[in-house]
Design a protein around this ligand. Sequence first.
Ligand code: FES
Ligand code: FES
Length: 376
Amino acid sequence: MTAVALTVNGERVSAEVEPRTHLGDFLREQLRLTGTHLGCEHGVCGACTVLIDGQPARSCLTFAVACDGLDVRTIEGFEDDPPMAALREAFSREHGLQCGFCTPGMLIAARDIVLRLPDADERRVRVELSGNLCRCTGYLGIVNAVRSVLEQRRAGGTPAPVAAAALAAAAPAGFTPAAAPAVAPMVAAADAPARQGWTRFAETFVIAQPPAVVWAALADFPVVAACLPGAELTEHDARTVKGRLHVKLGPMQAAFAGSAVIERDDASLTGTAKGAGGDNASRSRTRAELTYRLTSEGAGTRIAVAVEYDLQGPLAQFSRSGLAQELGRRIVGVFAANLNARLSGGGAAVAPAALSAGRLVWQAIWARVKALLGLR
Ligand code: FES
Ligand code: FES
Protein backbone atom coordinates (compact mmCIF):
# COMPACT_ATOMS: atom_id res chain seq x y z
CA MET A 1 0.00 0.00 0.00
CA THR A 2 1.14 3.54 -0.73
CA ALA A 3 0.20 6.77 1.01
CA VAL A 4 -1.42 9.39 -1.18
CA ALA A 5 -2.54 12.91 -0.28
CA LEU A 6 -4.64 14.95 -2.67
CA THR A 7 -7.44 17.47 -2.72
CA VAL A 8 -10.85 16.19 -3.77
CA ASN A 9 -13.65 18.67 -4.27
CA GLY A 10 -11.81 21.21 -2.14
CA GLU A 11 -11.09 18.89 0.79
CA ARG A 12 -7.72 17.41 1.71
CA VAL A 13 -7.76 13.63 1.54
CA SER A 14 -5.04 11.24 2.76
CA ALA A 15 -5.34 7.53 2.15
CA GLU A 16 -3.47 4.28 1.60
CA VAL A 17 -3.94 2.75 -1.85
CA GLU A 18 -2.58 -0.12 -3.87
CA PRO A 19 -0.24 1.29 -6.55
CA ARG A 20 -2.47 -0.30 -9.20
CA THR A 21 -5.70 1.34 -7.96
CA HIS A 22 -6.99 3.73 -10.55
CA LEU A 23 -8.47 7.05 -9.59
CA GLY A 24 -12.01 6.05 -10.62
CA ASP A 25 -12.05 3.09 -8.22
CA PHE A 26 -10.42 5.18 -5.49
CA LEU A 27 -13.10 7.86 -5.80
CA ARG A 28 -15.98 5.43 -5.91
CA GLU A 29 -14.89 2.76 -3.46
CA GLN A 30 -12.77 4.58 -0.89
CA LEU A 31 -14.32 8.03 -0.98
CA ARG A 32 -17.84 6.88 -1.94
CA LEU A 33 -18.06 9.52 -4.66
CA THR A 34 -20.15 7.36 -6.94
CA GLY A 35 -21.09 10.19 -9.30
CA THR A 36 -17.99 9.25 -11.29
CA HIS A 37 -19.17 6.39 -13.49
CA LEU A 38 -17.01 3.62 -14.90
CA GLY A 39 -18.00 2.21 -18.29
CA CYS A 40 -15.29 0.83 -20.54
CA GLU A 41 -12.42 1.27 -18.05
CA HIS A 42 -9.90 1.70 -20.83
CA GLY A 43 -10.22 5.31 -21.84
CA VAL A 44 -12.80 5.14 -24.61
CA CYS A 45 -16.25 6.09 -23.27
CA GLY A 46 -15.52 9.20 -21.16
CA ALA A 47 -18.02 8.25 -18.44
CA CYS A 48 -15.27 8.49 -15.80
CA THR A 49 -14.15 12.02 -16.73
CA VAL A 50 -13.09 14.22 -13.79
CA LEU A 51 -10.96 17.35 -13.55
CA ILE A 52 -7.34 16.89 -12.45
CA ASP A 53 -5.74 20.25 -11.74
CA GLY A 54 -8.50 21.82 -13.82
CA GLN A 55 -8.06 19.60 -16.89
CA PRO A 56 -10.56 16.90 -17.94
CA ALA A 57 -8.96 13.49 -17.49
CA ARG A 58 -9.99 9.83 -17.60
CA SER A 59 -10.08 8.59 -14.02
CA CYS A 60 -10.00 4.99 -15.30
CA LEU A 61 -6.61 5.63 -16.94
CA THR A 62 -5.08 7.53 -14.03
CA PHE A 63 -3.53 5.81 -11.04
CA ALA A 64 -4.64 7.26 -7.70
CA VAL A 65 -0.98 7.47 -6.61
CA ALA A 66 -0.22 9.59 -9.68
CA CYS A 67 -2.60 12.21 -8.23
CA ASP A 68 -0.50 12.76 -5.10
CA GLY A 69 -0.50 16.49 -4.42
CA LEU A 70 -3.00 17.24 -7.20
CA ASP A 71 -6.46 18.75 -7.17
CA VAL A 72 -9.28 16.45 -8.29
CA ARG A 73 -12.82 17.63 -8.91
CA THR A 74 -15.64 15.17 -9.47
CA ILE A 75 -19.22 15.80 -10.52
CA GLU A 76 -20.13 16.14 -6.82
CA GLY A 77 -17.79 19.16 -6.59
CA PHE A 78 -19.77 21.50 -8.86
CA GLU A 79 -22.64 22.36 -6.51
CA ASP A 80 -21.87 26.08 -6.55
CA ASP A 81 -20.47 26.36 -10.04
CA PRO A 82 -22.53 28.70 -12.27
CA PRO A 83 -21.46 27.21 -15.65
CA MET A 84 -22.30 23.73 -14.37
CA ALA A 85 -25.63 24.93 -13.00
CA ALA A 86 -26.46 26.36 -16.43
CA LEU A 87 -25.46 23.09 -18.11
CA ARG A 88 -27.51 20.95 -15.73
CA GLU A 89 -30.54 23.08 -16.41
CA ALA A 90 -29.91 22.96 -20.17
CA PHE A 91 -29.42 19.17 -20.23
CA SER A 92 -32.73 18.82 -18.49
CA ARG A 93 -34.53 21.31 -20.74
CA GLU A 94 -33.08 19.93 -24.01
CA HIS A 95 -33.53 16.24 -23.10
CA GLY A 96 -29.76 15.75 -23.01
CA LEU A 97 -30.00 12.64 -20.85
CA GLN A 98 -32.03 9.49 -20.47
CA CYS A 99 -30.46 6.79 -18.29
CA GLY A 100 -27.88 9.27 -17.02
CA PHE A 101 -24.92 6.92 -17.11
CA CYS A 102 -22.82 9.11 -19.38
CA THR A 103 -24.09 12.35 -17.83
CA PRO A 104 -21.44 13.10 -15.14
CA GLY A 105 -18.58 12.72 -17.63
CA MET A 106 -20.60 14.47 -20.33
CA LEU A 107 -21.30 17.46 -18.05
CA ILE A 108 -17.64 17.82 -17.08
CA ALA A 109 -16.60 17.64 -20.74
CA ALA A 110 -19.35 20.12 -21.65
CA ARG A 111 -18.24 22.55 -18.96
CA ASP A 112 -14.70 22.37 -20.33
CA ILE A 113 -16.01 23.28 -23.80
CA VAL A 114 -18.08 26.15 -22.47
CA LEU A 115 -15.11 27.65 -20.60
CA ARG A 116 -12.37 26.90 -23.11
CA LEU A 117 -14.14 27.49 -26.43
CA PRO A 118 -16.61 30.34 -26.00
CA ASP A 119 -17.02 30.70 -29.78
CA ALA A 120 -17.54 27.01 -30.52
CA ASP A 121 -20.13 26.30 -33.20
CA GLU A 122 -22.18 23.10 -33.51
CA ARG A 123 -19.48 21.26 -35.43
CA ARG A 124 -16.85 22.17 -32.87
CA VAL A 125 -19.11 21.10 -30.01
CA ARG A 126 -19.64 17.73 -31.70
CA VAL A 127 -15.91 17.27 -32.28
CA GLU A 128 -15.08 18.18 -28.69
CA LEU A 129 -17.73 15.81 -27.34
CA SER A 130 -16.57 12.96 -29.54
CA GLY A 131 -14.62 11.48 -26.64
CA ASN A 132 -17.79 10.97 -24.57
CA LEU A 133 -20.15 8.22 -25.64
CA CYS A 134 -23.88 8.15 -24.95
CA ARG A 135 -25.94 5.06 -25.75
CA CYS A 136 -29.33 6.66 -25.20
CA THR A 137 -29.83 10.15 -26.56
CA GLY A 138 -28.47 10.24 -30.09
CA TYR A 139 -26.48 13.31 -28.93
CA LEU A 140 -28.84 15.93 -30.38
CA GLY A 141 -30.18 17.01 -26.99
CA ILE A 142 -26.68 17.09 -25.51
CA VAL A 143 -25.31 19.21 -28.35
CA ASN A 144 -28.30 21.55 -28.16
CA ALA A 145 -27.83 21.90 -24.40
CA VAL A 146 -24.16 22.85 -24.75
CA ARG A 147 -24.90 25.25 -27.58
CA SER A 148 -27.65 26.92 -25.61
CA VAL A 149 -25.28 27.55 -22.69
CA LEU A 150 -22.64 28.90 -25.07
CA GLU A 151 -25.25 31.26 -26.50
CA GLN A 152 -26.33 32.37 -23.03
CA ARG A 153 -22.74 33.12 -22.13
CA ARG A 154 -22.14 35.04 -25.36
CA ALA A 155 -25.18 37.11 -24.48
CA GLY A 156 -23.66 37.76 -21.05
CA GLY A 157 -26.12 35.56 -19.21
CA THR A 158 -23.69 33.54 -17.07
CA PRO A 159 -20.53 34.45 -15.15
CA ALA A 160 -17.08 34.74 -16.72
CA PRO A 161 -14.97 31.64 -17.31
CA VAL A 162 -12.82 30.22 -14.57
CA ALA A 163 -9.18 29.83 -15.59
CA ALA A 164 -8.14 26.19 -15.69
CA ALA A 165 -4.84 25.27 -14.02
CA ALA A 166 -2.37 23.32 -16.15
CA LEU A 167 -2.04 19.64 -15.41
CA ALA A 168 1.19 19.22 -13.49
CA ALA A 169 2.68 16.41 -15.49
CA ALA A 170 5.86 14.88 -14.09
CA ALA A 171 8.62 14.68 -16.68
CA PRO A 172 9.10 11.10 -17.83
CA ALA A 173 12.33 9.42 -16.78
CA GLY A 174 15.23 9.90 -19.16
CA PHE A 175 14.22 13.31 -20.46
CA THR A 176 15.58 16.76 -19.75
CA PRO A 177 12.78 19.15 -18.85
CA ALA A 178 14.91 22.29 -18.84
CA ALA A 179 15.98 23.93 -22.07
CA ALA A 180 19.59 24.92 -22.64
CA PRO A 181 20.07 28.71 -22.72
CA ALA A 182 20.76 28.67 -26.45
CA VAL A 183 17.34 27.23 -27.23
CA ALA A 184 15.40 29.15 -24.59
CA PRO A 185 13.64 31.49 -27.05
CA MET A 186 12.25 28.59 -29.03
CA VAL A 187 11.15 26.71 -25.94
CA ALA A 188 9.57 29.84 -24.55
CA ALA A 189 7.57 30.09 -27.77
CA ALA A 190 6.63 26.43 -27.45
CA ASP A 191 5.43 27.03 -23.91
CA ALA A 192 3.09 29.77 -25.13
CA PRO A 193 -0.57 28.77 -25.20
CA ALA A 194 -1.38 26.51 -28.13
CA ARG A 195 -3.77 27.85 -30.75
CA GLN A 196 -7.37 27.21 -29.84
CA GLY A 197 -8.19 23.51 -29.82
CA TRP A 198 -4.60 22.42 -30.50
CA THR A 199 -2.34 20.50 -28.15
CA ARG A 200 1.27 21.56 -27.72
CA PHE A 201 4.29 20.08 -26.03
CA ALA A 202 8.01 20.75 -26.14
CA GLU A 203 10.94 18.51 -25.33
CA THR A 204 14.72 18.54 -25.59
CA PHE A 205 17.18 15.68 -25.82
CA VAL A 206 20.86 15.14 -26.57
CA ILE A 207 22.35 13.06 -29.37
CA ALA A 208 25.95 11.95 -28.86
CA GLN A 209 27.11 13.20 -32.26
CA PRO A 210 28.20 16.67 -33.46
CA PRO A 211 25.55 18.99 -34.94
CA ALA A 212 26.77 18.53 -38.54
CA VAL A 213 26.21 14.76 -38.32
CA VAL A 214 22.79 15.12 -36.68
CA TRP A 215 21.72 17.85 -39.11
CA ALA A 216 22.60 15.60 -42.05
CA ALA A 217 20.77 12.64 -40.49
CA LEU A 218 17.60 14.71 -40.04
CA ALA A 219 17.65 15.50 -43.78
CA ASP A 220 17.69 11.77 -44.52
CA PHE A 221 13.94 11.10 -44.37
CA PRO A 222 14.19 7.28 -44.56
CA VAL A 223 16.49 7.38 -41.51
CA VAL A 224 14.10 9.69 -39.66
CA ALA A 225 11.13 7.42 -40.48
CA ALA A 226 13.08 4.34 -39.39
CA CYS A 227 13.66 5.93 -35.98
CA LEU A 228 10.07 7.07 -35.43
CA PRO A 229 7.85 4.40 -33.86
CA GLY A 230 4.93 3.46 -36.09
CA ALA A 231 6.10 5.54 -39.07
CA GLU A 232 6.16 4.26 -42.64
CA LEU A 233 7.60 6.40 -45.44
CA THR A 234 5.97 5.80 -48.82
CA GLU A 235 7.29 8.70 -50.95
CA HIS A 236 9.60 11.64 -50.54
CA ASP A 237 11.68 14.26 -52.32
CA ALA A 238 13.94 16.95 -50.87
CA ARG A 239 11.08 18.91 -49.26
CA THR A 240 8.01 16.72 -48.99
CA VAL A 241 7.25 13.36 -47.43
CA LYS A 242 4.27 11.06 -47.69
CA GLY A 243 3.59 8.13 -45.46
CA ARG A 244 1.56 6.53 -42.70
CA LEU A 245 1.66 6.54 -38.95
CA HIS A 246 0.32 3.38 -37.34
CA VAL A 247 -1.12 3.87 -33.86
CA LYS A 248 -2.76 1.40 -31.50
CA LEU A 249 -4.89 2.87 -28.73
CA GLY A 250 -6.48 0.17 -26.60
CA PRO A 251 -9.11 -1.49 -28.84
CA MET A 252 -8.63 1.06 -31.64
CA GLN A 253 -6.07 0.88 -34.37
CA ALA A 254 -5.43 3.75 -36.72
CA ALA A 255 -3.19 4.27 -39.72
CA PHE A 256 -2.92 7.98 -40.44
CA ALA A 257 -2.02 8.51 -44.08
CA GLY A 258 -0.74 11.97 -44.88
CA SER A 259 1.96 14.24 -46.14
CA ALA A 260 4.21 16.97 -44.78
CA VAL A 261 6.32 19.80 -46.10
CA ILE A 262 9.74 20.23 -44.52
CA GLU A 263 11.63 23.54 -44.36
CA ARG A 264 15.22 23.62 -43.12
CA ASP A 265 17.54 26.55 -42.48
CA ASP A 266 21.19 25.48 -42.66
CA ALA A 267 22.40 28.73 -41.06
CA SER A 268 20.40 28.47 -37.84
CA LEU A 269 20.08 24.65 -37.83
CA THR A 270 16.34 24.94 -37.45
CA GLY A 271 13.63 23.09 -39.28
CA THR A 272 9.86 22.85 -39.46
CA ALA A 273 7.53 20.15 -40.69
CA LYS A 274 3.89 20.96 -41.41
CA GLY A 275 1.59 18.13 -42.26
CA ALA A 276 -1.91 16.70 -42.24
CA GLY A 277 -3.37 13.25 -42.43
CA GLY A 278 -6.37 11.09 -41.73
CA ASP A 279 -7.41 7.60 -40.77
CA ASN A 280 -10.43 6.37 -42.69
CA ALA A 281 -11.22 3.51 -40.33
CA SER A 282 -11.61 5.67 -37.23
CA ARG A 283 -12.68 8.76 -39.21
CA SER A 284 -10.06 10.79 -37.35
CA ARG A 285 -8.06 13.60 -38.90
CA THR A 286 -5.01 15.44 -37.69
CA ARG A 287 -2.92 18.48 -38.52
CA ALA A 288 0.49 18.92 -36.96
CA GLU A 289 3.38 21.31 -36.92
CA LEU A 290 6.82 20.36 -35.62
CA THR A 291 9.72 22.75 -35.08
CA TYR A 292 13.24 21.74 -34.11
CA ARG A 293 16.53 23.45 -33.42
CA LEU A 294 20.01 21.99 -33.00
CA THR A 295 22.68 23.43 -30.71
CA SER A 296 26.08 22.13 -29.61
CA GLU A 297 26.30 20.51 -26.23
CA GLY A 298 29.80 19.32 -25.38
CA ALA A 299 30.75 16.86 -28.11
CA GLY A 300 27.09 16.20 -28.84
CA THR A 301 23.99 17.99 -30.05
CA ARG A 302 20.95 19.12 -28.15
CA ILE A 303 17.73 19.01 -30.14
CA ALA A 304 14.82 21.14 -28.94
CA VAL A 305 11.52 20.01 -30.41
CA ALA A 306 8.12 21.69 -30.19
CA VAL A 307 5.06 19.89 -31.49
CA GLU A 308 1.58 21.29 -31.94
CA TYR A 309 -1.28 19.16 -33.24
CA ASP A 310 -5.00 19.13 -33.71
CA LEU A 311 -6.82 15.80 -33.64
CA GLN A 312 -10.43 15.50 -34.71
CA GLY A 313 -12.79 12.53 -34.73
CA PRO A 314 -13.21 9.62 -32.34
CA LEU A 315 -9.52 9.66 -31.39
CA ALA A 316 -9.76 13.33 -30.35
CA GLN A 317 -10.61 12.16 -26.84
CA PHE A 318 -6.94 11.31 -26.37
CA SER A 319 -5.64 14.73 -27.32
CA ARG A 320 -6.63 16.83 -24.34
CA SER A 321 -5.23 15.08 -21.31
CA GLY A 322 -1.80 15.48 -19.75
CA LEU A 323 -1.23 11.86 -20.71
CA ALA A 324 -1.50 12.73 -24.41
CA GLN A 325 1.33 15.19 -23.99
CA GLU A 326 3.28 12.67 -21.98
CA LEU A 327 2.72 10.14 -24.74
CA GLY A 328 4.11 12.66 -27.23
CA ARG A 329 7.18 13.05 -25.05
CA ARG A 330 7.58 9.28 -24.92
CA ILE A 331 7.49 9.13 -28.72
CA VAL A 332 10.18 11.81 -28.90
CA GLY A 333 12.19 9.77 -26.37
CA VAL A 334 11.95 6.60 -28.44
CA PHE A 335 12.96 8.58 -31.51
CA ALA A 336 15.99 10.00 -29.65
CA ALA A 337 17.07 6.55 -28.46
CA ASN A 338 16.75 5.13 -31.96
CA LEU A 339 18.63 8.03 -33.59
CA ASN A 340 21.39 7.79 -31.01
CA ALA A 341 21.71 4.04 -31.58
CA ARG A 342 21.67 4.43 -35.33
CA LEU A 343 24.27 7.22 -35.47
CA SER A 344 26.57 5.34 -33.16
CA GLY A 345 26.54 2.36 -35.53
CA GLY A 346 23.84 0.24 -33.89
CA GLY A 347 20.34 -0.55 -35.12
CA ALA A 348 17.12 0.84 -33.66
CA ALA A 349 17.09 0.68 -29.85
CA VAL A 350 13.32 0.16 -29.90
CA ALA A 351 11.49 -1.64 -32.72
CA PRO A 352 9.77 1.16 -34.66
CA ALA A 353 7.40 -1.02 -36.69
CA ALA A 354 4.27 -0.36 -34.63
CA LEU A 355 3.46 2.44 -32.22
CA SER A 356 1.43 1.04 -29.37
CA ALA A 357 0.19 4.21 -27.75
CA GLY A 358 -1.38 2.08 -25.05
CA ARG A 359 1.99 0.56 -24.21
CA LEU A 360 3.68 3.96 -24.22
CA VAL A 361 0.93 5.45 -22.08
CA TRP A 362 1.34 2.65 -19.57
CA GLN A 363 5.10 3.14 -19.63
CA ALA A 364 4.50 6.82 -18.92
CA ILE A 365 2.11 6.04 -16.07
CA TRP A 366 4.50 3.45 -14.68
CA ALA A 367 7.37 5.94 -14.81
CA ARG A 368 5.27 8.33 -12.72
CA VAL A 369 4.39 5.61 -10.24
CA LYS A 370 8.03 4.54 -9.93
CA ALA A 371 9.07 8.14 -9.36
CA LEU A 372 6.43 8.49 -6.67
CA LEU A 373 7.53 5.28 -4.99
CA GLY A 374 11.20 6.17 -5.26
CA LEU A 375 11.89 3.06 -7.40
CA ARG A 376 14.41 2.91 -10.21
S1 FES B 1 -14.60 4.31 -17.97
FE1 FES B 1 -12.97 5.67 -18.34
S2 FES B 1 -13.17 6.20 -20.41
FE2 FES B 1 -14.68 4.64 -20.11
S1 FES C 1 -28.04 9.10 -21.16
FE1 FES C 1 -27.77 6.94 -21.15
S2 FES C 1 -25.76 6.71 -21.85
FE2 FES C 1 -26.11 8.81 -22.12
